[in-house]
Structure formats: structure tokens, C-alpha cells
Design a protein around this ligand. Structure first.
Ligand SMILES: [Zn+2]
Length: 432
């Protein structure tokens, strides 16, 4: 008899055990949604972290709270409290870490249900954060508790963390912890982030980000004699023309090996997220007649693993320098606001393989390997923690994130918990 065959009945029992905890999984998700952990400003972080930590402490986890002192937004009113819980096996071995962010974005308008009520209806749990990502956090907790209850001998260690500020860049959360060794070997070997990428997909990474502000300069004059000035808005029109005619076609031609979903994001993209020129908005009465001496546009450029940040920056600077050479009076300032490097784990690496195998066993179909169009905390695990073996896998439909009436499917959460338990088991025991 092979080891794997010997193991099959106990893994089947593990699956039954998770199925039997469906109601508890729903209740845990509801409890987590009821903490209004809105970021900004960073509401209710402490009670939410303590709720999670207290639950796991009772289960024998060693629980540590780390406040990100000095991180953006950290203050007495809104302390950045992270929680990390660790369970140690009887023998040494690898560590599998499940990381979820506990913060959510502002509910905004358009809800037909209470955003922090945790309503259950038609097989779904509703609320801000239901899919992004308290449903995933709850699934990972039930997965790990069930695995520990199964009686299967496990070497190594399992960690579950609830971290803050992912929605604002993760600086008070995973980045802060990674800088202090919480996401590096030898402490941690494999990381699963239960972001809502759909239950049958294994997300191996994300594109890069570059935000910059372009300002065109002009010369102020009376609006009745614009020829005496030089309009910064007309100069910006020239910039927009070049972006439209040259840059967009160039970006559209650039294809990636990154399996980004949706398909439209499988190329480089650029979005002008704001544009303002001339007299400030928000005044009362009629505006005064002026030629604009400044026009500012913020661009949001998403780039591929095949591109470098230097290329991305150089491409936009090139457009502006060409205009400066060709267009009389053209002058500009380019200010960088924010950047994130792309990240992609090896799809043949341990954690991606273990998750894909578990998806096949639980759902009876091949997992799809994908990359996310936007970023998430994997960037910090990769760049700061120097840990490559990191994926996102969790229940929930990505398109519902940040929308009104956000929900997560209960069947999906149960299936995801099964996949997470099987993946953790195989990573710890090196058995399929
Ligand atoms: Zn998220």
C-alpha cells in the first residue's frame, strides 16, 4: 500500500469535517464583517485583530500583536494593529502562512443591505469586505482548525495573520511585518493570501504600478487677450494627443506572459485619473478671465513583468522631451507619486502546485493560473521578505470587490477552505 493511498481516508474525513463546519464558517464571516474596519482612517482594527487572535489563542496558537508604530496613519485614535498566530507541530518542518488583510474600503453609496450587518441570503453572506477579504480569512481559519482537529500528524508550523492597510498600500501591515522578518525564511516558507480571485483560480502574481503627475507650464494673461499669455491647457492637449496617437497603440502591442485576468489587462495600460488646469475649482460666482499657467494630470500606468520601471518612466519622459524639442514654449514637470514592481511566483513552485492539485481534488477540474490586474500584499512578501513562494487563492468574485452589495458565496467559501486545508497538508507533509 502506498503512503498516499493510506492517507486518502483521513483526507476524506478532513473534507467531511470542513463540510460539517459550514454554519460555523458563515458565523465567523458574519462576525468579521461586523467589525467596520474602514480604511482610511483605519477604524476598529484593534477589536478585529483581537477577536481573531483570541479565537486562535484558545486553539493553542501563540499570538502576537504588532502595532505598526510610525506607519502612515498610525495614531492613538487609529492604531495599526496586526495579529500573527502561530501553531507549532510536534516535529520541525516547513511553515505555511495564511495572510489576510482585515481592512476594507469605505462602503460608499448604493447599498440595499446593511454594509456591516453580515446578512445571509440565498447562499451568500453580504457586507463590505465579504469577498475582499473576510470570507477568505474565515475560510483559512476553518481550514486550519479542521486540519489540526483531524488528528493527522503534522510537522512544521502553520501561521495565520490578520494585517492592516492593504487597501492603502500595506505599509502599516505586511510591509511593516516583512521589514521585521515576519515574512522571510527560516520563519516562513510558503504564503497563501486568500484574496478573492475565484475558487478555481490560483493567482501567482500581479502587474506593476507607476503613478505620476505631469504638469505643463504656461504664462498667465487676461482671458480677452490670450495671445499675450501661453496656455498650459493647450500644452496639455498636445501631451494627450501624443498619448492617444503614439503611446496607447504602443502599449496595446505589448503582450505579456503573465496570465492576467481579465484578458484586457494582459497588456500594459495607462489611465489618466485626473486632469485639472487653470483657476482652482470650488469657487463661488463666475470665474475670472485668465489664461492657464498650469495644468496637471495624474496618470496611473500598470506594467508587465517584461517591462522595467525605468522603461515605463523613460517612455513618458520621452513623450514630454519630444514635445519640449518640437513645441514652442512647452515646459513640463514630471513628479513620481508611487510605484510597485510586478511580482510573479513560479507556477511550478511548491505552493502553486499544491493549491492547483487541491483544486483538482475538491472541484474536479484543472485550476487556472492567473495574475491580478491590480496589486496586493504579495509585492511586500516578494520584495521585502524575499519570499517567492507566495500565491493568492481564495473564495469570492474579484469584480464584486469594493462594490455596493458585496457578497461571498457560502459554497465557494466551503470549497476554498477544503482547498486550503489540502494545500497546507501537502506542503507540510510533502505528500499529495
Ligand atoms: Zn483585498
Amino acid at each position: 500500500m502506498t503512503l498516499a493511498a493510506d492517507l486518502a481516508p483521513s483526507l476524506d474525513r478532513l473534507m467531511d469535517r470542513i463540510e460539517g463546519r459550514r454554519a460555523e464558517l458563515v458565523a465567523l464571516t458574519q462576525d468579521l464583517i461586523r467589525f467596520p474596519t474602514i480604511n482610511p482612517p483605519g477604524e476598529a482594527y484593534r477589536p478585529c485583530a483581537e477577536y481573531l487572535g483570541e479565537r486562535l489563542r484558545k486553539r493553542g496558537f501563540e499570538v502576537t500583536y504588532v502595532r505598526a508604530e510610525g506607519a502612515p496613519g498610525d495614531c492613538e485614535a487609529y492604531p495599526r494593529i496586526n495579529v500573527i498566530a502561530r501553531w507549532e507541530g510536534a516535529r520541525p518542518g516547513p511553515c505555511v502562512h495564511f495572510n489576510s488583510h482585515i481592512d476594507v474600503v469605505d462602503p460608499g453609496q448604493g447599498w440595499t443591505v446593511e454594509p456591516f450587518g453580515g446578512l445571509v441570503r440565498d447562499g451568500r453572506v453580504y457586507g463590505r469586505g465579504a469577498c475582499d477579504m473576510k470570507g477568505g480569512l474565515a475560510s483559512s481559519v476553518i481550514a486550519v482548525e479542521s486540519l489540526l482537529d483531524s488528528g493527522i500528524a503534522l510537522p512544521g508550523a502553520i501561521e495565520i495573520s490578520g494585517t492592516v492597510d492593504e487597501e492603502s498600500g500595506g505599509y502599516g501591515g505586511v510591509a511593516y511585518l516583512a521589514e521585521r522578518g515576519w515574512f522571510s525564511k527560516p520563519r516562513v516558507d510558503h504564503v497563501i493570501i486568500p484574496e478573492p480571485l475565484n475558487v478555481d483560480r490560483v493567482c501567482i502574481g500581479h502587474r506593476g504600478v507607476w503613478w505620476a503627475e505631469i504638469e505643463t507650464k504656461g504664462r498667465i494673461a487676461h482671458g480677452s487677450m490670450p495671445f499675450l499669455g501661453d496656455s498650459a491647457i493647450r500644452h496639455m492637449t498636445a501631451v494627450l494627443g501624443r498619448i492617444e496617437d503614439d503611446l496607447y497603440p504602443a502599449l496595446a502591442r505589448r503582450h505579456s506572459d503573465m496570465p492576467v485576468v481579465p484578458e484586457g489587462a494582459r497588456q500594459s495600460t495607462l489611465n489618466s485619473k485626473s486632469l485639472h488646469g487653470g483657476q482652482a475649482e470650488g469657487h463661488s460666482g463666475l470665474p475670472s478671465p485668465l489664461v492657464a499657467d498650469s495644468c496637471r494630470m495624474i496618470i496611473d500606468r500598470r506594467f508587465l513583468i517584461e517591462e522595467s520601471l525605468e522603461d515605463v518612466r523613460g517612455e513618458v519622459a520621452g513623450v514630454l522631451d519630444t514635445l519640449k524639442a518640437e513645441r514652442p514654449g512647452f515646459d513640463y514637470v514630471l513628479r513620481e507619486l508611487f510605484s510597485v514592481a510586478p511580482s510573479m511566483a513560479d507556477r511550478d513552485g511548491p505552493v502553486a502546485t499544491a493549491a492547483a492539485r487541491a483544486v483538482r481534488r475538491v472541484l474536479g477540474k484543472e485550476a487556472q493560473f492567473v495574475c491580478s490586474p491590480g496589486t496586493y500584499d504579495q509585492k511586500h512578501v516578494d520584495r521585502i521578505g524575499k519570499l517567492k513562494d507566495c500565491i493568492a487563492y481564495g473564495p469570492g468574485v474579484l469584480d464584486l470587490a469594493h462594490q455596493p452589495d458585496e457578497w461571498v458565496g457560502i459554497d465557494d467559501m466551503v470549497a476554498a477552505a477544503k482547498v486550503m486545508a489540502l494545500a497546507a497538508h501537502s506542503l507540510l507533509t510533502a505528500q499529495a
